[in-house]
Design a binder for this molecule. Structure first.
Ligand SMILES: O=P(O)(O)OC[C@H]1O[C@H](O)[C@H](O)[C@@H](O)[C@@H]1O
Length: 428
């Protein structure tokens, strides 16, 4: 992964090279704390050790009984779905990957009706083993399999923590079970069993994902100028401190569209605390050049735009045409056009003094994704250290979970009372 922060300097909000140089001493201290956390396998920091501690053989063995799958359906939410979805969307496979990460009944019904459940492997993922959305969806999937005459115990495996309803279910029905590694929060779990099992079923080279991540880990260093991940984390932090409270994350590759969703969870849930944080906005180049770019260039000066691209991709030529005015396209290629769009957006933002960062990988393949996933995780942890945040917790999300459980009659929660007390001012 390469991070070019040149265009983040000198815009508005204003960040100078001198200010970054000054921040570098804090990056060195942050790196020391991160390295100590990794050495101790401390909660959260343990995720940065996954390039070594993940066991690809164990993952492959666990999913070996499902080698005949036509599709794999992951039932999970948040960090228990987005990592696997990012890899699935990023890489091509004949085995379709589907995700139930919402409890929208219409969507669930449509998806289940469209799948041949007799050839679908169900991957139920929940670290806590108690998440209402995931367990509800699983009960629905199980019923649909029974209805279609499929023995769900033959087609289901679970990925979960040591305790909880899901662990009990796996034991009761003797289902293959993978462990969520200790100390790894969901949004940092893509390089573990949580993210890699689906990739293994889809036939992807999960060792290469881990090797890419390990490369990025080896480049963590005591200066932001020596580490692409810290360069991004520190620059984002410094800009946020100066008013760039939005981070528009804009990959130029369809295959990275879900990556932007994964990034949004990572950035929002990790850094949105104590009145701090940077709101992630999801965009896709070149499509959103024709919509959101208007705001990014000409709207409030409160943004960093993160432009991401692979430098190599399979290309496709644009046929020659004798149509007047289009001859400049003929003989070119879609990839050349997309790269021109990328550079045009970068220039357009820079000309309007809008801070932007360029992040590149060689290709969207296993290795490239491993680099990018680890790089963004380390960037996020670095930002959290610089801002003195508790990066690995999510009390605001937990609040909402308790309120919902209380409303459903799942226990006494004071949060549910707050829901009942909602003020109304309805206009009809
Ligand atoms: O894996 P689970 O325990 O089911 O949790 C799924 C998700 O639940 C919560 O919303 C957490 O804030 C997320 O970080 C987590 O990924």
């Amino acid at each position: 992964m390469r991070t070019d922060i040149g265009n983040a300097l000198g815009g508005e909000p204003s960040l100078t090279r001198d200010a970054l140089d000054e921040l570098d001493a804090d990056v060195a201290a942050a790196h020391e704390r991160i390295a100590d956390g990794m050495d101790d396998d401390a909660f959260g920091y343990a995720a940065l050790n996954l390039p070594e501690t993940a066991d690809p053989d164990a993952i492959r063995n666990a999913v070996a009984p499902f080698a005949d799958s036509g599709a794999v359906l992951t039932v999970g939410i948040g960090g228990s779905a987005l990592g696997a979805a990012t890899l699935a969307k990023g890489l091509e496979s004949d085995v379709g990957a589907y995700f139930l990460d919402n409890v929208d009944p219409e969507h669930t019904t449509r998806l289940l009706d469209s799948l041949d459940l007799s050839r679908t492997t169900v991957n139920v993922v929940s670290n806590s083993g108690t998440t209402a959305e995931t367990l509800s969806n699983f009960l629905v999937v199980r019923e649909a399999m029974e209805r279609d005459g499929v023995d769900w115990t033959e087609r289901t495996f679970v990925t979960t923590g040591p305790k909880g309803n899901l662990r009990n279910l796996a034991e009761k029905h003797d289902l293959p079970a993978l462990d969520v590694p200790e100390g790894v929060p969901g949004r940092f779990s893509v390089l573990s069993t949580v993210g890699l099992a689906v990739a293994a079923i889809q036939g992807h080279d999960i060792e290469a994902v881990l090797a890419g991540a390990a490369d990025e880990r080896d480049r963590l260093a005591g200066s932001l100028y020596d580490s692409p991940a810290y360069a991004y984390g520190a620059t984002s932090y410094a800009l946020a401190e100066r008013g760039a409270v939005t981070n528009a994350f804009m990959p130029y590759a369809e295959s990275l569209e879900t990556f932007a969703e994964w990034f949004a969870q990572l950035w929002a849930e990790s850094l949105g605390k104590d009145g701090q944080g940077q709101t992630p906005a999801r965009a896709l180049g070149a499509t959103d050049q024709h919509s959101q770019l208007q705001l990014y260039r000409a709207g409030p000066r409160d943004k960093l735009v993160t432009l991401v691209r692979p430098t190599e991709r399979a290309d496709r030529g644009i046929p020659e045409t004798d149509l007047d005015g289009l001859s400049y396209l003929g003989g070119s290629s879609l990839g050349t056009l997309l790269d021109a769009e990328f550079r045009a957006t970068e220039a357009s933002l820079t000309a309007a003094d809008c801070p932007n960062v360029r992040i590149e990988i060689d290709r969207v393949d296993e290795r490239g994704l491993g680099e990018l996933l680890f790089g963004m995780e380390a960037a996020c942890v670095c930002y959290g250290e610089l801002a003195d945040l508790s990066t690995f917790t999510q009390p605001a999300v937990e609040w909402g979970k308790k309120a919902a459980r209380g409303l459903l009659g799942g226990g006494e929660f004071e949060e549910a009372e707050a829901v009942r007390g909602k003020e109304r001012l309805v206009v009809e």
